[in-house]
Design a protein around this ligand. Structure first.
Ligand SMILES: *Cc1c(COP(=O)(O)O)cnc(C)c1O
Length: 414
């Protein structure tokens, strides 16, 4: 998180003090460092090499301006909905470098993806394969498809974000997928291009990724032997970042695992990285509203809430929290940092040592991924703005929602 650093007693985002951003745009607010995103993107892209298609997983942070920067730097994209396809196209992303994942693509979404000329649809069931074939045939085109296999590997992460185990809803079991590839003639409008898998998110150990890659390689080799030629292997995303005390894999270590697993195969590697590109490039800026002491149990009530940042409530996730003013005259207490929402699950930290007063600014770190992207209007709270810092310039890239935004879709629904 060296793009968010103290200088002269204040916390800065690159060349901009965060208190200045709060004064200009208000709180709560998401602040991203474009340099931090660029650094991570180029680190992965250099480590993986030019033959790898690096698709940025849009769901981690889908702000149009973030997508536009990534598109300019040459990123491909991994999308999971028609809405994300629209964002990628609007941001100038290349559909020929975009893959479409997800277990429940609708007809409209499949049609839109084929119309746009997408690089590949990652299909997750035989029923979806039938659907894709029928739609492509209706459009008079052939659909580029990879089957997303479920390699039954335990990624050792939170159960909500483990996706490659037999009991998870994702992917097709390897043996079943193999049969589908061999029966390709049943789907004349489908063009099998590759194999895809994604076993989970926030993986701090690369061994499960290596194991999944070995299983995908095995399938590729059996298919090649049976005369089914495929041109790419998509190994998904899921590289973890450091939120607290985790050791996050480096881009070089990740690339080495991939290169090792695919060594000697005449295929194009594809990856789908989200969190590891943007996660540590953002903070949620919030202001302390009140301090409260309930018989010795101390609370710090801030103006951000679980609707703005869901990860602590949803996963019990840890986020470091730093005061924007480095030295506070307040004494350090052990506090729960909580929001104003009517849920006991509305917290950002529990029993955290912090020195704060009402009115102080706090930065909740590592919120560049699955932060704003998961925000809602729960409790009829307008969603916060997003600010992209580029060097010494802070640019509003999504305005704060207002009360009209809350009401408009309901005012004249007919
Ligand atoms: C969420 C997701 C990703 C990205 O995961 P990260 O942990 O953010 O890298 C990649 N591929 C698929 C299919 C996903 O669902």
């Amino acid at each position: 998180m060296r793009h968010f650093h103290y200088r002269a007693g204040r916390l800065w985002a690159d060349e901009v003090p965060l208190d200045q951003i709060a004064a200009r745009f208000g709180t709560p607010a998401y602040v991203y460092s474009e340099m931090a995103i660029h650094e991570r993107y180029t680190a992965f892209s250099h480590a993986l090499g030019p033959e790898t298609l690096l698709c940025y997983a849009v769901k981690a942070n889908s702000n149009l301006h973030v997508l536009a920067s990534l598109a300019r730097w040459g990123a491909g994209f991994d999308i999971v909905s028609g809405g994300e396809l629209a964002r990628v196209l609007r941001a100038g992303g290349d559909p020929q470098r975009t893959v479409f994942s997800g277990v429940g693509k609708s007809r409209e979404e499949i049609r839109a993806a084929l119309d746009a000329g997408i690089f590949c649809l990652n299909v997750e069931s035989e029923a979806e394969l039938e659907q894709v074939d029928a739609i492509a045939s209706g459009l008079g085109c052939r659909a580029p498809v990879a089957l997303r296999v479920n390699p039954d590997v335990d990624p050792g992460t939170h159960s909500y974000i483990a996706t490659g185990l037999r009991e998870s809803k994702f992917g097709i079991p390897l043996v079943h997928a193999e049969r589908l590839y061999l029966e390709a003639a049943r789907w004349p409008a489908v063009d099998f291009r590759g194999i895809a898998c994604h076993i989970g998110s926030q993986l701090t150990d690369l061994a499960p990724i290596a194991e999944a890659a070995r299983k995908v390689r095995g399938l590729y080799e059996r298919l090649a032997g049976a005369g089914v030629p495929l041109s790419h292997l998509d190994l998904g995303g899921g590289v973890g970042i450091r939120y607290h005390e985790e050791q996050a894999p480096t881009p070089a270590a990740y690339a080495a695992v991939l290169h090792d697993a695919l060594a000697g195969l005449p295929v194009r590697p594809v990856v789908e990285l989200g969190r590891s590109v943007v996660g540590n490039a953002g903070v949620l800026l919030t202001r302390v509203e009140y301090l409260k002491d309930n018989d010795g149990k101390k609370f710090c009530i801030v103006d951000a809430a679980m609707n703005d940042l869901l990860r602590p409530s949803l996963y019990g996730a840890w986020h470091d929290i730093l005061p924007v003013q480095e030295e506070s005259p307040a004494e350090t207490g052990t506090l729960d940092v909580v929001g104003p929402i009517c849920e006991s699950g509305d917290f950002f930290a529990r029993n955290r040592p912090l020195a704060v007063r009402a009115g102080d600014l706090l930065a909740i770190l590592s919120t560049g991924a699955y932060g704003f992207a998961m925000a809602s209007q729960y409790n009829s709270r307008p969603r916060p703005p997003e600010i992209l810092v580029r060097g010494s310039e802070a640019r509003l890239v999504r305005r704060r929602e207002n009360l009209a935004d809350l009401l408009t879709a309901e005012e004249n629904p007919d």
